[in-house]
Design a protein around this ligand. Sequence first.
Ligand code: ADP
Ligand code: MG
Length: 364
Amino acid sequence: MSDTANTIVNLENVGKKFGNVTAVNDLSVDIREGEFFSLLGPSGCGKTTTLRMIAGFETATSGAVRIRDREMSGVPPYDRNTGMVFQGYALFPHKTVGENVGFGLKMDGVPKDEREEKVKETLELVDLPGLEDRSPTQLSGGQQQRVALARALAIEPSLLLLDEPLSNLDYKLRRELRFQLKRIQEEVGVTTIYVTHNQKEAMAMSDRILILNDGQREQLGTPKEIYNKPKSRFVADFIGEANLFDGTVTKCQNGTAEVELDMGTGRSLSVPTTDAVEEGRQVTINVRPERVTATDLEGILTGEIVSRTYLGKSTRLLVDVNGTEIEADISSDQIVGLSQDLSIGTTVDLTWKPDACVIVGGLD
Ligand SMILES: Nc1ncnc2c1ncn2[C@@H]1O[C@H](COP(=O)(O)OP(=O)(O)O)[C@@H](O)[C@H]1O
Ligand SMILES: [Mg+2]
């Protein structure tokens, strides 16, 4: 059973097989009332299948799906009080925008006057006031997706389920709708489960993110926790950019592990850790490129610049340290203050603040 009072969706050891393909494997998670919760992971990791089991379009092969403590097996989608938006627009092309938005209400037997009022209100909410009589075919992709959202919201669902709703839109529109969607969700306060393979989207909108890999839970946490304390190589790499180093713990005391790097510099790194890590343990460490800086003094690592790319606010350096390539984003401000010119072929000292370095793998 769910362990918190405000849990709305509870998955307990949920599995789903299609023939011999395991789409979802032993997944347990609680989703809280009112939160914006994302299922994030690469294509094929089981996001859509998980969402469809919550919606009732798929049946779990094992485990239990509960909504408000009620076991959902045998409960059809229309009895789950959920609103769903898909990647494709899936509007009824021969119905007007108003008829599309009012569709669920009509099915529920809501009288015409009341229905029209609700349709008007919901179209205003998604910033499409007065478009009731238009045909969906006259609307842009972004507008169509907002109509689909209005249709899902009109029935006042207790769960809003969104499956990559922005991925068919161009970059600029996607960004715009991201903010709009978040604003609407906050305004309505509806618990939202958002499926995406786009880490920036999930980071920008979510209260919490569940990262899935190969049908299994990889990590659950707030965007900040996942970004700053990735629990595995997979998460560190998937969420943002990573410099991953393997090494061996030689000492661990007072919240700091000394890790001797495998890369053969004879160097050790001091890594803050809240866990006690025993001596001899193999671990993986991550330092994000944006946390690496160049210094005129002695750095933590020294290497040769093999490429540089101007990125506007910063310059991305690729530095060869004893055969291992390290990425460093040096801010334009910092470059001005350095005495050396960071040209290709020169030697550079790299450093970072102690807390920029985290253990991401090798711990259980
Ligand atoms: N109806 C189906 N029949 C057979 N295999 C399926 C079906 N739906 C999904 N799968 C498989 O299950 C896995 C997870 O799919 P899916 O949940 O769609 O992933 P995602 O949404 O993360 O891209 C994939 O290997 C996919 O090919
Ligand atoms: Mg999918």
